[in-house]
Design a protein around this ligand. Structure first.
Ligand code: FEO
Length: 398
């Protein structure tokens, strides 16, 4: 069902309640997602902004046909060519093959690379305008790396000003409601943060530049329509301000401890280190996660808003555990800034895991404060006191 947003704009996307992972299995989606597509009926031209993910292509086109005869769509704007937005394009363009597709030059290259079709591409740059009649228009704003090199925003100057921001300001959040003021705020904001941390944080310098650039344009803004999740209708600038904070080496007074454990020794170390941190810094939020049991993307989100992280693994086969190795690889990709870190873990004979973890954290750009803490076999009372002392020292180094 299409849903009316304003007099001239309808949502024609797809809510995907079933989605549990995104980017293959790289990203968990605890509350599903949506692929938002929008239909703008200007005084003279009607424009479709983005499509939906491929598995829903026929459903999307079928519902779009109920909304408008497809030959009355004057232009398709592809703000970003990733499959979750362009997946229904082949089915749509099969029916309206000559309709112009407005996209960046990189967008055209990516669409050609994905679908191998010689569609009617019209390349646009920042400041290019698509007139919709009677003074109404869409202005394009290139936004490379928010989320891919091809990404652009589109600004509609009608109805108080509407920014179509594609992935930026999005949330993987399925809802039957359209707007931010109609959903549980804390739940939705968690998904907005998880989205930023896991998808955009690596590109924070570009996010900061682009968001500042858009703010400096001083455009009238009644709402922000992202390509995932709910529309920012109530106080849309709140998410803009939040992005400026998140993009600026964001941290709260939190320390996150992620560990894996074969026979509980590394877990006992983690818990003793946590006690030490709390003793030294009672107000600091300390959270522990068994990386083999907990969701990797939720752990990364916790790390994203932490001032420091501790990563622990037993040594197994002269290495660290599968879960911690995977987590370290993801930490490297996050490009965290301004975070302290250290390694810990139990061992029986060779004890390489600390060094492997410390190296991984350093390669990920974290400030590793010391050589970490190793414990032979099962920690006894004295060893656990040493772990508590280590936690105290760690907290005091921050
Ligand atoms: Fe929602 Fe980068 O695609």
């Amino acid at each position: 069902m299409a849903k009316q947003i304003t007099k001239n704009i309808k949502w024609v996307g797809k809510v995907d309640w079933e989605l549990t992972t995104f980017h293959g299995n790289e990203l968990s989606t605890g509350h599903g997602s949506s692929y938002n597509a929008y239909l703008i009926r200007g005084p003279k031209k009607t424009v479709l902004i983005d499509t939906v993910w491929g598995p829903y292509d026929r459903e999307f086109v079928c519902r779009l046909k109920q909304e408008i005869p497809l030959d009355q769509i004057d232009a398709v704007v592809m703000q970003h060519s990733e499959s979750d937005h362009s997946g229904a394009l082949v089915e749509l363009m099969r029916l309206i093959p000559d309709t112009p597709i407005y996209c960046t030059a990189k967008g055209e290259a990516i669409l050609r690379g994905h679908y191998h079709k010689d569609w009617n591409y019209i390349n646009v740059k920042t400041g290019d305008i698509l007139e919709l009649g009677a003074g109404e228009s869409l202005t394009f704003i290139e936004a490379p790396m928010l989320h891919w090199p091809d990404t652009m925003f589109s600004y509609y100057n009608g109805e108080g000003g509407v920014l179509f921001s594609n992935d930026a300001f999005g949330q993987h959040y399925a809802s039957e409601n359209l707007f931010n003021d109609e959903v549980p705020s804390a739940e939705m904001m968690y998904e907005a943060e998880k989205y930023y941390a896991n998808i955009l944080n690596a590109f924070s310098p570009m996010v900061m530049r682009k968001v500042k650039e858009v703010v400096a344009m001083n455009l009238p803004l009644s709402m922000i329509c992202p390509s995932h999740g709910v529309i920012w209708r109530k106080n849309p600038s709140q998410i803009v301000e939040q992005y400026l904070k998140w993009a600026d080496a964001y941290q709260e007074d939190q320390i996150t401890i992620a560990y894996d454990s074969m026979w509980n020794s590394t877990r006992l170390m983690a818990e003793a280190i946590a006690r030490g941190i709390k003793a030294a810094s009672p107000l600091t939020v300390v959270k522990l996660f068994n990386a083999a049991k907990e969701d990797k993307n939720d752990i990364l989100t916790e790390m994203f808003h932490s001032k420091a992280i501790l990563v622990g693994s037993p040594t197994i086969n002269s290495a660290c555990s599968f879960a911690i190795a995977g987590l370290l690889e993801m930490i490297k990709g996050m490009k965290f800034k301004n975070k302290k870190a250290a390694a810990f873990g139990s061992y029986g004979w060779s004890g390489e895991s600390n060094k492997i973890i410390s190296n991984g954290l350093s390669e990920g750009g974290l400030d590793v404060v010391d050589e970490g803490l190793r414990m032979l076999w099962v920690p006894d009372k004295k060893a656990l006191e040493t772990c508590e002392e280590y936690g105290k020292d760690f907290a005091e180094k921050l």
